[in-house]
Design a protein around this ligand. Structure first.
Ligand SMILES: [Zn+2]
Length: 252
């Protein structure tokens, strides 16, 4: 199990073993996999991490929700309602593409998961590791400002320094898109323009996200792996029927 620390919080990238089948390790419920198998994998992951996990229903939106607790039950701060608990070890899904949790005074608060297969997964932690976030930043969410929204929600809770880890995503040398999309994206987010290794227009989501986060005063670490090039990672561009890997952040 690959684990690293981001401030006081732990970060885990769910393992994937494509050699044991096209969807082995998949944690996505929306990719045509057997839901019972997906739930069993999610539960096993929660058991290994020693924490329940909050999942999102990601739709390429820019919505970020904050989770607080009432008597240790995770609550959606915006609605004041408890999260659903569809299976052991699992809360949600939260209807959002970003989720922040305020785990201060909440022992063994749940971890947060973001699912991807080429899109950019980003986890953030305030310095003490008690206020953390997981964000799904695909092209649309990134250009729409979801990272800024997540940083603002963390800052509304704490003035601690923030660290971010940009997880594996499709890289600028591989993420070919039509020129008109590059032009539109570059207008919204200067610096996102790139070229593929074969010389065609592309977007560099990890680099653009990193620049934006640094401009917001966030310290940034980047996992350099490319989902398309690394056969141990799910890539939608490599196989549109693929599963989803999870990047998980576990608050202190
Ligand atoms: Zn690549």
């Amino acid at each position: 199990m690959a684990m690293q620390f981001l401030a006081g919080a732990r970060v885990h990238l769910g393992e994937v073993d494509p050699s044991t089948g096209a969807l082995a390790g998949n944690v996505g419920l929306h990719v045509g996999d057997d839901p019972a198998l997906v739930r069993a994998r999610r539960e096993a992951m929660a058991r290994r991490l020693g924490r329940d996990i909050v999942w999102m229903n990601q739709t390429h939106s820019t919505r970020v929700e904050t989770i607080v607790h009432a008597d240790r039950v995770p609550m959606l701060a915006s609605a004041g309602t408890a999260l659903a608990r569809p299976a052991p070890g699992e809360w949600g899904p939260v209807e959002a593409d970003g989720v922040v949790i305020d785990a201060r005074g909440w022992r063994s608060a749940p971890a947060l998961a973001v699912q991807t297969a080429d899109c950019l997964p980003v986890v953030l932690s305030a310095a003490r590791g008690e206020v953390v976030a997981a964000v799904h930043a695909g092209r649309r969410g990134l250009l729409g400002g979801i990272l800024t929204a997540a940083v603002e929600q963390i800052r509304s809770l704490t003035d601690e320094a923030i660290l971010a880890l940009i997880g594996p995503a499709i890289c600028g040398r591989c993420y070919e898109v039509p020129e008109h999309m590059v032009s539109e994206s570059e207008a919204a987010m200067p610096g996102i323009r790139a070229r593929t290794s074969w010389g065609t227009p592309s977007l560099d989501l990890p680099a653009a996200a990193s620049t934006q986060l640094r401009e917001l005063g966030v310290r940034v670490l980047t996992d350099p792996r490319c989902t398309l090039e690394d056969s141990d990672l799910f890539s939608y561009r490599a196989d549109s029927g693929c599963g989803r890997q999870a990047l998980i952040i576990i608050p202190v």
